[in-house]
Ligand binder design. Structure first.
Ligand code: PEP
Ligand code: MN
Length: 341
């Protein structure tokens, strides 16, 4: 349930509501918006009627049920969009943030050349896998801690904050030492032990949508992070499984718009895994931004044909520059008799 405070509610009145929510057996979560303060009562096993009765407490405007199962992630709890700060780069603000880099970190030269190239083209963050979730156990699994060190070194040299995937609870502390943001990969979206652990770290999380997860399941996975104490969450649409085989996955841009509508969290799109095709990345990136995405994450490799993972969907640095340039082009004009001639 949420308690909407009046615009002129005093700190004391807000504090009283927080206290009453605790007494009723729920956890209070306060959101101070541009206009008013909202106090959400979340959790199970509390006494609902005691929260309902707060509608007559001083400073309260209304008490309403949260319609969605994801409570803290919902726009009802926080009507204003939230922004996530990744070592100085704001995701969810007025500008679209582009994260770029290789699928896997392969060597010092490879990661540095990529980072410098993508930075020059306009990327604001670096990506690179150290621990790779590969479908086959015989495929390249990532350089592990060596890759983490290379990512940190490259980040320090270029000033680009770095995001890398965490696959296991065992690796969380180690990765936190080196990365600015931790990615939960699509295959781990419902790894609840991992989500619970990441709820307790003081690092932003990039939560990818599972290939067969609904938008509701994706937002509920994010709810684990917020409910456990980590509200620095960015959602990432990376394509879902459908009957289509011409693209690697089917990128769900309506899902991006829907996630933005239902949730205050920033949402970015991954056109690389979402299509599997370098030729489609520019078009899908532009479409994602038009659908409301707050950012993009794109795989770039200095020599895709030599990449140890996902080379066939990676852009080279020249192609990436072209995609970046295309992002500033306006959409086509709409034929209309209102268009000035
Ligand atoms: C990746 O980012 O390289 C990756 C493996 O992504 P996903 O979890 O979306 O497949
Ligand atoms: Mn990849």
């Amino acid at each position: 349930m949420i308690v909407n405070m009046l615009d002129n509610a005093t700190e004391q009145q807000i504090e009283h509501i927080i206290q009453r929510i605790r007494e009723a057996g729920f956890q209070p979560h306060v959101t101070r918006g541009t206009e008013r303060t909202i106090v959400a009562a979340v959790g199970s096993g509390g006494r609902r009627h005691e929260i309902e009765a707060l509608s007559v407490a001083p400073g309260v405007d209304s008490v309403v049920a949260i319609a969605q199962p994801f409570k803290l992630v919902s726009r009802q709890t926080r009507p204003d969009p939230s922004a996530v700060d990744v070592a100085g780069v704001k995701i969810g603000g007025a500008e679209v943030v582009v994260i770029a880099g290789p699928c896997s970190v392969e060597s010092r030269e490879q990661i540095l050349e990529t980072a410098q190239g993508v930075k020059q083209a306009g990327a604001m963050m670096l990506r690179g896998g150290a621990y790779k979730p590969r479908t086959s156990p015989y495929d390249f699994q990532g350089l592990g801690v060596e890759a983490l060190k290379l990512l940190r070194e490259t980040s320090n040299l270029t000033g680009l904050p770095v995001v890398t995937e965490v696959m296991s609870t065992e690796d969380v502390d180690l990765i936190c030492e080196y990365a600015d943001m931790l990615q939960v990969g699509a295959r781990n979206m419902q790894n609840f032990a991992l989500l619970r652990r990441l709820a307790r770290v003081n690092k932003p999380i990039l939560l990818k949508r599972g290939p067969s997860a609904t938008v509701k399941e994706w937002l509920l996975a994010a709810e684990y992070l917020l409910a456990g104490g980590n509200s620095q969450v960015v959602l990432c649409e990376r394509g879902i499984k459908t009957f289509e085989t011409a693209t690697r996955n089917t990128i769900d841009l309506a899902g991006v718009a829907l996630a933005k509508e239902l949730s205050h969290l920033p949402v970015i799109a991954d056109p690389s895994h979402g299509t599997g095709k370098p030729s489609l990345i520019g078009a899908v990136s532009r479409a994602a931004i038009a659908a409301g995405a707050d950012g993009l994450i794109i795989e770039v490799h200095p020599c895709p044909e030599r990449a140890l993972s996902d080379g066939s969907q990676s852009l080279d640095i020249h192609q990436f520059r072209g995609v970046m340039q295309s992002l500033t082009m306006p959409l086509r004009p709409v034929l209309s008799d209102k268009t000035p001639s």
